[in-house]
Design a protein around this ligand. Structure first.
Ligand SMILES: *[C@@H]1O[C@H](CO)[C@@H](O)[C@H](O)[C@H]1NC(C)=O
Ligand SMILES: *[C@@H]1O[C@H](CO)[C@@H](O)[C@H](O)[C@H]1NC(C)=O
Ligand SMILES: *[C@@H]1O[C@H](CO)[C@@H](O)[C@H](O)[C@H]1NC(C)=O
Length: 336
């Protein structure tokens, strides 16, 4: 009975807002972080955001300490998402919707006859535009799709044109995409196919908002596609052949773990990332590195969380490690 009363009292105090006090030793770091990322909060929200940020910071420090003891192959760092809880982050940013292969979509399978180079990096061949930032909008699917289309346009024209995610957000709703609340790469390609084109970022800039109506202008067509391919689901061998043969390929991963949100460098793998895919990215190559006398293979994935995140906006994800983060589960690409 007493125990129950003490618990109830604790609960009441928590409800009344007696949150743990901010750590005064972190005052300067907090102010610097806010100013660096231009964060401003209403007075009543600041304490909560500070608490979330401190918790994230401590988890990052703990991980990096474990990494220094040889427990992890990758490091974490604080970034512009430091004031979000894991749940808020995933609600806001991880909005890819997994799809079955539908009507138009063709299947790309691994073939023993196709030989692939040991390493591929399409960035070095001019196929990849600078890293973008999706902001507070669940439009990862649109960034993943433009990335694959940008590679295709480069292959056909020799010109690297930054393509418009907003065009996809505003105009592909009829195909089942849902703007900042999620979508599918394959349906973005279907839109481009049916629409007969896509505009460039230059003429159709990104607003990170859901509210505008479609402003596609056929006079300014900057990309095209005629067929859509889905890579044999779950096959990293097929994904490797597609990346080697075609160019950058759209992929989806499970990016819901805390470690993924704050990834900084190294070869990422996590037991917490093999649930369901929820984030669209772009596979721009793969490679191998020597780690403590072992060869470790990795995918090179472009993200849309700005250059602050990861290795200048990219992640190296463990390859041939049992479909890490389910990277080969929802890969697709457009063709002309
Ligand atoms: C485009 O891709 C084809 C094969 O898919 C390749 O032979 C050709 O060299 C590529 N063009 C450019 C400009 O990279
Ligand atoms: C796109 O396809 C249309 C119709 O097939 C064609 O007329 C146009 O030249 C193509 N544009 C580009 C940029 O490839
Ligand atoms: C690592 O890869 C290189 C190049 O492919 C190879 O020559 C070497 O034998 C490999 N080392 C190990 C330990 O597997």
């Amino acid at each position: 009975m007493l125990d129950a009363m003490v618990m109830l009292l604790g609960l009441l105090l928590a409800l009344l807002g007696f949150a743990p006090a901010p750590d005064p030793a972190l005052e300067e770091a907090w102010e610097e972080w806010k100013s660096f990322y231009a964060k401003e909060y209403p007075r009543e929200a600041e304490a909560t955001r500070r608490e979330v940020w401190e918790k994230n910071l401590r988890r990052i420090q703990q991980h990096n300490w474990e990494q220094s003891q040889g427990q992890h192959a990758f490091r974490l760092a604080m970034n512009h998402y430091g004031d979000l809880t894991d749940e808020e982050f995933n609600q806001l940013l991880n909005r890819f919707i997994p799809a079955e292969r539908e009507g138009l979509v063709q299947l790309f399978q691994a073939s023993a006859a196709r030989k692939t180079p040991a390493e591929v990096d399409w960035r070095a061949k001019g196929y990849v535009t600078p890293v973008k930032n999706q902001g507070h909008c669940g439009s990862c699917w649109a960034f993943s799709a433009t990335g694959a289309l940008e590679g295709l346009v480069f292959n056909r024209t020799g010109k690297l044109v930054v393509l418009s995610e907003q065009n996809l957000i505003d105009c592909s709703r009829k195909l089942g995409n849902n703007g900042c609340h999620g979508g599918y790469m394959t349906r973005a390609f279907q839109y481009v196919h049916k629409n007969g084109g896509l505009n460039s970022e230059h003429v159709y800039p990104y607003t990170a908002m859901d509210t505008s109506s479609c402003r596609y202008n056929p006079q300014d067509r900057a990309a095209n596609c005629s067929t859509i391919w889905m890579v044999d689901q779950g096959s990293e061998a097929a994904l490797e052949q597609a990346v080697a043969a075609v160019g950058p390929v759209s992929v989806a991963v499970d990016a819901s773990s805390f470690q993924f949100h704050f990834y900084k460098s190294g070869i990422f793998s996590s037991v917490f990332c093999s649930q369901w895919v929820n984030h669209g990215m772009l596979a721009v190559g793969y490679g191998m590195s020597q780690e403590h006398g072992h060869n470790v293979s990795y995918w090179i994935l472009k993200n849309s969380w700005s250059e602050v995140w990861g290795e200048q906006g990219y992640i190296r994800l463990l390859k041939d490690g049992g479909n890490q983060c389910r990277v080969a589960s929802q890969a697709s690409f457009p063709m002309l």
